[in-house]
Write a new protein. Sequence first.
Length: 456
Amino acid sequence: MKQEFATHEPVRREGHTSVDMLLLLRARFPDVLTNEWMNWEPGGQYRAAHALGMMIGLNTDKKGTIDDYWSWERWGWPDYPDVRCWDGSYRQPGYHWTGLVEISGQKGENFKLVSYINSSGYLGYEYFVSTRDLEVLHTFITAVIEATTEKEEGILVQVWGDDDFYLPTVTNEHLLLPEGMKVDIETQVDAFFGQKELYKKLNIRYRRGFLLVGSPGNGKTMMIRHLIRKCSLAYGADAHILNVNRRVSEVDITGIIREASENPDAPGLVILEDMDSLTRESQLTRAGLLGVMDGVEPREGILIIGTTNNPEDIDPALVHRPSRFDRVWHFKLPELEMRRSYIDWAMPHIKESTRTKVAKKTKDWSFAYLNELRTTAFILAIHDHREEPTEQDVIDALKLLESQFKTAETGAVEEKERGKVGFESDNEEPSDEYPPIAQPRSRNKKAGFGARGPRR
């Protein structure tokens, strides 16, 4: 069994163009009319490939059923044998597969499904099917996805390049931002999701892009979670996240934008975390990314939100042009008043003078560091069999973290400001409502939105 994608170097494989596959299929199945064969790229490519991999690739049986309506059976086809592959990840060997299965439905639906390596060397992106009935195909792949998706409580977040996960609808997260900033972001989101008809009436392209900028630990990811909850619960929007890794290509970002725009009931939300890594740590090129963002016929009905810890590493063509990222918000290190607000919320039982002292001694600390202060104080309390930290626990925790803060290069401290992120028009003075954030000393990549173990 061959391990594939295990290094940054592409594995050379003998793939087939769609024309090659059509000729093979016509020769093998002369009874199937030529115009019935179709090269199929199912909506929600990653979820579809995952579902078909779970249903067929990992299943050693020759036949099976799906939700008591659909059934499938493998075909032995010497021209394109049943081969199972391993992508080098945590998934079991066999998850990716080639070969042919016959699909049948309870109402007489019947078609052949062929998984093959395309001319780019990819599996799971394209299939051949012996039907052009799009309604049947949609019903089938929806049933497969539902049958192979674990049901959990919360909001489904669809992740391209990793497992989907469910975001709890209720949270105890405390999001602190400069006055007016949260309201500004929420107002922009509400205006987009709630005013579709107005966009149409004014002949404005129904698509927006926002960029959240700042060093790690200051609320970008928490804001993303907040917006996913808001957009899902208030507007029924689906959330899609692109997990940046070395296998991500133009196909993936095209697919995620296409899928997010296909919901007829609500606009889609697309999250592109760590934008500075997109063209550096994946197969996506600058030209490919700009082409997808603009497009000859750009897809509408989507809100794209990007994040970055290192704005200076983002291509200026992305951030200095509205229509790609229309608004840019800077998540700065909390100043004294905001540190005090957080400490008042996190440690209300500690006397006021101590909270004031802690707020003053934590200059240049991120919210993540302040949260670690709270956690460390609780750990000290638990060690001494107390349910809540005492004033001394907080002081001891502060001393421990002060020492770590001074010696560790964690990205919690910012250097002096070096340039701006965003854009300025010729007719408008630049706003310092949210001044540009300085660049972090550390370039350590923060734990991503979906930083979790494999769920399947």
